[in-house]
Design a protein around this ligand. Sequence first.
Ligand SMILES: [Zn+2]
Length: 113
Amino acid sequence: MHELSLSLNTVDAVVEHARQQGFRRVTKVRLAIGSLSCIESQALQTGFEFACRGTMAEGAGLEIKMIPAKAWCEDCCQSVSLQARGMCCPNCQGYRLAIETGEELKIKDIEVE
Ligand SMILES: [Zn+2]
């Protein structure tokens, strides 16, 4: 499961960061996910709870924010928003789009004790 390995990596990074800063517990994690990343937030939530078990992030809350994807349209030469992969340009209905953002998963911030 794609989301489980993402969760494990995310929790690893969060715990490592909190430990370096000298904190004892992670209480909340906020993630930003690009809308084209094919990550299911429900699966990510489940994976996250599993990955937190037995770590200092056990029981931490998870907030997921979707980032709308952006692409550069080579036909009308501007940056446009995309709702989903495979969409055409909302301005000119062209398909010559280069995706700029929307495929990432980022840790936005964490709350610690
Ligand atoms: Zn266009």
